[in-house]
Design a protein around this ligand. Structure first.
Ligand code: DGT
Ligand code: CA
Ligand code: CA
Ligand code: ZN
Length: 585
């Protein structure tokens, strides 16, 4: 059990009691228990066994009893009873910034508002503003809070979805009920944001699909079960405060490939396959590929593997990352699919920070981490002087850092540590260091960190000018977008990519799952313009270095091959590429 789960139950009981208008003392005591449980030094069941739980300040007899009940039955009766007393969707209303239990009760009692859409309607028709405690100003704040929730909670970042998927898959594997379990849907296609997580499994011999669904929908991490049928279930799982939907489907091994293909999508891609099947007098669905000489009696051709299905349709197998109906079906027919870049192709990471600016690790630590990850080279690119909040390096500090890096290299023959900079592109497109200093560096990534709301012409001009500098090998996170937080800059991407090709400047694919910048479509445009990509992590700590796979997937979604990505080259070759630009100017 996790303390967090029980804490949440206590918190929910407090919420419901408050909505029901119960006395403050009871409400507060549940709230207090919820907080104390969340902050316990170890798992409550361990403390219980050790006999120390009841001695924890603030944990009374009644609380201990409820925890025992939860450990025994997986539920707390008092909680279930309370849940039965209100429409469950009332609790959602509490996630709207500015809606407390009192307001929820008020809106429910007076206007029968039971859900966020109903709250929205009551704001729009003006009825909410007539209630005491809900003036026009308050209503406007609530309207904005709902908009924010809709925008933020609609889709989640790829890394968040992956975290939840890993948790669920690990759990199901441990139960020994499934023979095979795989991710499908947008997560398998590495789409930059995910609506819900789709998982597919085949049962172990003698295990009924229903048993797997039951185990799944009753798991500890489930906060709400949305649907449970004999072969599929949908649940909500909490991930750092956001509910994430997970769909599990159980299929037979003989149909696994067909189902995996179908539920991986995209819908557009799968519909193209279905049409191809029809044109061949065949039928494709989530159970298999069938021959339909006699349409009333389709003959099963294949279904066990995806490869067999693509093959049966006369197609090369298509990497899930490409399944978007953006030309991959034609390429699969013509046997001209690209060999996509992979994580193993990457030889070095060229964008990372240390404690010299806003990183969390020392220079030498980053070097060790780079060696552990098998890199041939890494480049240290701390921020430049104008990035004051990020503790950017003055020219003088950069000179010292270059010296330190040169010295340090002697102690690490297994890796080349390069001296670089993530230099700010200033408001007029000039760079934050003198040309002479930039020329001292092994590698320069130039990035915009201010004036992100520049008008299209101005923003574009800044990037074009930065590319003219012979020391600039790469433009960092070119559009500066932050998923769910900040829109991309309004830029003339075609003009930028043309200029990148002309000036021999590469474009970064920033692997931070919050950025993924360039995105997949821009990567594809860059390649079409003959522009090279560099896939970097922009790590600020050790964990940051492990996000490279998100950048690699993004580039691959843009049809990038190994040849399109500069940091698949050995350092000496990459240096030659950089020198072509430097010698031209
Ligand atoms: P998401 O969850 O919005 O990020 O995107 P997906 O692609 O994961 O979509 P989801 O979860 O609604 O469905 C999973 C896959 O199931 C989807 O990629 C393709 C397949 N699928 C769902 N509905 C349909 C449908 O109506 N027709 C076809 N051909 N496939 C469907
Ligand atoms: Ca999905
Ligand atoms: Ca789904
Ligand atoms: Zn950076």
């Amino acid at each position: 059990m996790t303390n967090a789960t029980v804490s949440k139950i206590f918190g929910q009981m407090a919420d419901i009691l408050e909505i029901l208008g119960e006395d403050r003392f009871r409400v507060n005591s549940y709230r207090r228990s919820a907080r104390i449980l969340a902050e316990l030094p170890s798992e409550a069941d361990q403390l219980l066994r050790a006999g120390t739980l009841s001695k924890t300040p603030g944990v009374g007899k009644a609380t201990v009893k409820k925890i025992e009940e939860y450990l025994e039955k997986g539920r707390i009766e008092a909680h279930q009873e309370l849940l039965g007393k209100i429409p469950v969707s009332l609790l959602d209303l509490l996630s709207v910034q500015g809606m407390g239990p009192k307001g929820v009760k008020n809106a429910y009692d007076q206007l029968q508002v039971t859900s966020i859409p109903e709250l929205k309607a009551a704001i729009e028709d003006g009825s909410l503003a007539t209630l005491s405690g809900f003036g026009p100003k308050k209503c406007d704040g609530l309207r904005k809070a709902i908009l924010f929730l809709e925008k933020a909670s609609g889709r989640m970042r790829l890394d968040q979805a992956r975290g939840v998927a890993d948790q669920v898959m690990t759990f199901l594997k441990e139960q020994a009920l499934v023979q095979r379990i795989e991710i499908a849907g947008s997560l398998r296609r590495w789409v930059e944001t995910i609506g819900d997580v789709d998982i597919l499994a085949t049962p172990q011999d003698d295990v009924a699909p229903q048993a797997i669904i039951d185990t799944f929908t009753r798991a500890d991490f489930v906060v709400d079960c949305l649907a449970a049928g004999p072969t599929q279930g949908s649940v909500l799982v909490h991930h750092s405060g956001t509910p994430i939907q997970v769909d599990l489907r159980i299929v037979e091994a003989s149909s696994f490939g067909a189902a995996w293909q179908y539920f991986t999508g995209s819908k557009d891609h799968t519909m193209r396959l279905r049409d191809i099947a029809l044109s061949k007098g065949m039928r494709l669905n989530e159970y298999g590929l069938y021959r339909t000489a006699d349409a009333s009696e389709p003959v099963f051709v294949t279904g066990q593997t995806e490869e067999a299905i693509y093959q049966g349709l006369g197609l090369d197998p298509v990497d899930p990352k490409l399944r978007q109906d953006r030309g991959e079906v034609e390429a699969a027919q013509a046997h001209t699919l690209p060999r996509l870049v992979t994580l193993e192709d990457i030889r070095g990471d060229l964008h990372m920070h240390t404690t010299a600016s806003d990183g969390r690790c020392e220079l030498e630590e980053m070097v060790t981490f780079g060696i552990e990850r098998g890199y041939e080279y890494i480049c240290i690119t701390d921020h430049s002087a104008s990035s004051i909040i990020a503790n950017g390096l003055s020219g003088e500090r950069l000179i010292q850092q270059i010296k330190a890096i040169r010295r340090l290299n002697e102690g690490y023959p297994e890796i080349s540590v390069l001296a670089g900079s993530e230099v700010d592109i200033l408001s007029d497109g000039r760079l934050d260091y003198e040309d002479g200093l930039l020329a001292e560096l092994d590698f320069v990534v130039a990035s915009v960190h201010s004036g992100m709301n520049n008008a299209r012409d101005r923003g574009t001009a800044r990037l074009l000018k930065a590319m003219d500098n012979p020391s600039v090998t790469c433009i960092g996170h070119p559009t500066t977008r932050m998923l769910g937080r900040r829109e991309a800059m309004d830029l003339d991407m075609i003009a930028i990519l043309r200029h990148a090709a002309e000036t021999h400047t590469a474009m970064e694919v920033n692997s931070n799952p919050m950025r993924l910048d360039l995105n997949d479509l821009h990567c594809r445009m860059a390649i079409d313009h003959g522009v090279k990509l560099i896939i970097n992590t922009d790590a600020h700590n050790e964990g940051g270095l492990d996000r490279l796979e998100y950048g690699v997937a993004t580039a691959a979604k843009g049809w990038a091959t190994k040849e399109d990505v500069l940091n698949t080259l050995p350092w000496e070759k990459l240096k030659e590429w950089m020198q072509m630009k430097q010698s031209r100017s």
